[in-house]
Design a protein around this ligand. Sequence first.
Ligand code: ZN
Length: 152
Amino acid sequence: MSSSAGPELDELYKDLILDHYRRPRNHRVVADPKVVGEGYNPLCGDEIAVEAHFEGGVLADVGFQGHGCSLSQASGSMMTEAVKGKTVEEARALIADFTRMMTDPDSPPAEDLGDLEAFVGVAKYPVRVKCATLAWHALADLLDRHEQAQES
Ligand code: ZN
């Protein structure tokens, strides 16, 4: 995303985030067998639980539940859309890219993050960054648990 993005683009991205907040995608329980990852943001009271069903190392189905501010819930919705169908490695790369965009906005993302770039404006507000990254922390927790289960 270029730094020349004007206020119109900012408004568009805000609409996208609000749309995901009002009509969250994949806001449901995932069929068994599933792995669950959780995240909690005490600053805002946001909670996210992410569930996934794996098939051969791929996140075949992903859903989330939770409550909290619009940013946290919209981020959960957009995260599930972004990682569904991806491999564990691809999902981990996306976690790293998204986290870097939110915590180091001056360095361009390694890849085009598509709709996820709607959150780049939030990077200016460190307190809200925790809202936007919560779902991604929950996903990282889920991937850790999945890999632990594979090893045991
Ligand atoms: Zn929040």
